[in-house]
Design a protein around this ligand. Sequence first.
Ligand SMILES: NC(=O)C1=CN([C@@H]2O[C@H](COP(=O)(O)OP(=O)(O)OC[C@H]3O[C@@H](n4cnc5c(N)ncnc54)[C@H](O)[C@@H]3O)[C@@H](O)[C@H]2O)[C@@H](O)CC1
Ligand SMILES: [K+]
Length: 213
Amino acid sequence: MEKTPITAEQMRHFDSYTINKIGIPSLVLMERAALAVRDEVLNAFPLYLDHVVVVAGSGNNGGDGLDVARLLHIAGVKVTILNVGNPDHASAEHQTQEKICQYYQIPETTDLGILKQASLIIDAMFGIGIDRPVTGAYADAIDAINHSKALVVAIDMPSGINTDTGEVMGTAVKADATVTFAFNKVGLTKGDGAKHAGRIVIADDMGTYAVDD
Ligand SMILES: NC(=O)C1=CN([C@@H]2O[C@H](COP(=O)(O)OP(=O)(O)OC[C@H]3O[C@@H](n4cnc5c(N)ncnc54)[C@H](O)[C@@H]3O)[C@@H](O)[C@H]2O)[C@@H](O)CC1
Ligand SMILES: [K+]
């Protein structure tokens, strides 16, 4: 049965319940999220794997992206990480994933020019944490992604789309597919959000539970 799409606040509540009450660590949720994205990329887009560029922000959506970069690297895919934003603001999970990527010596850059070489782009800048209009380096990265010929897979939300309303917050990634976690999100189902999401894949075996307390 199709579950009702939820808001960012509801998802934060369910994540927090899963992590703090059930006790499934945040990094375990992140790994499951990343495995779902890896599977979608490998299974749905086998002809676009020449060079995958993961565009990573500094929060947990970026952490998901770094995790996917490592999983694709291990699977034998050529991967480059394009870091956008201030690394000093990196979340704890992001820092952990970054350290692992360094162990595997996965190439990293801050040069948007790498997008011209991509056959597939993974958008991991903002997920449900977006809370203000996109400007500066993030906006430049989104515009470069949208001008690229590569296929685009968004993690959780196309970056720039409001999770609750589907509105474009300044500018937003136009994805061919969006892998979202545990529940569909309201913003993927209406208006510009629905137009930017492409095909929506709901990875709903995350271990995340909807509990109202
Ligand atoms: N344990 C967890 O919390 C999990 C989180 N997951 C991933 O983490 C995402 C949420 O992570 P975060 O809460 O870190 O948030 P995001 O990674 O979506 O955003 C990162 C940060 O960017 C900042 N920001 C918001 N709007 C901005 C703007 N316009 N310009 C510049 N900076 C801006 C905010 O401070 C925000 O916290 C989910 O969408 C999902 O992809 C998954 O890994 C599953 C587990
Ligand atoms: K994203």
